[in-house]
Design a protein around this ligand. Sequence first.
Ligand code: SF4
Ligand code: SF4
Length: 139
Amino acid sequence: MDNIPMLIGSRIRLYRQAKKISLSELSERIHKSKSTLSKYENGEISMDVETLFDVAKVMNLRNTLSCTGCRYCADRCPQELDIPQIVDRYNKKLYTGKLDLSGIREEKLPASCIGCGNCEAACPQKIKICQMMEELSKV
Ligand code: SF4
Ligand code: SF4
């Protein structure tokens, strides 16, 4: 039978490195020592479900869009899309796995984006808004 702790540990290491999350950063975020994390990644000890969940949260967090809600983008959108609200729903999807666009009128959904790029030019956070809209309009 496969060594499950080793399999899980090696996947976590691969994923962590691919996302450029250092051992120190992960250690700080999930409140475990670096030496414990190394033991998890080497398969020397098994990871409990709660810790696994915390690790998954940190990995997902790295993908969230760092919107500050300044609304510079929305002010320049010819389609008058509520971009920060859509970014928020996108980020929530990363946690829940489900996209919830309830409460957004049909003509203001991501599919109405025409890809003009005005929003991205205005965004101080350099968020790839067009890409996000395209992704969401396919869901
Ligand atoms: S790219 Fe889409 S979301 Fe951005 S300003 Fe243009 S229409 Fe609005
Ligand atoms: S400009 Fe960028 S940071 Fe500001 S609300 Fe729009 S997406 Fe968010």
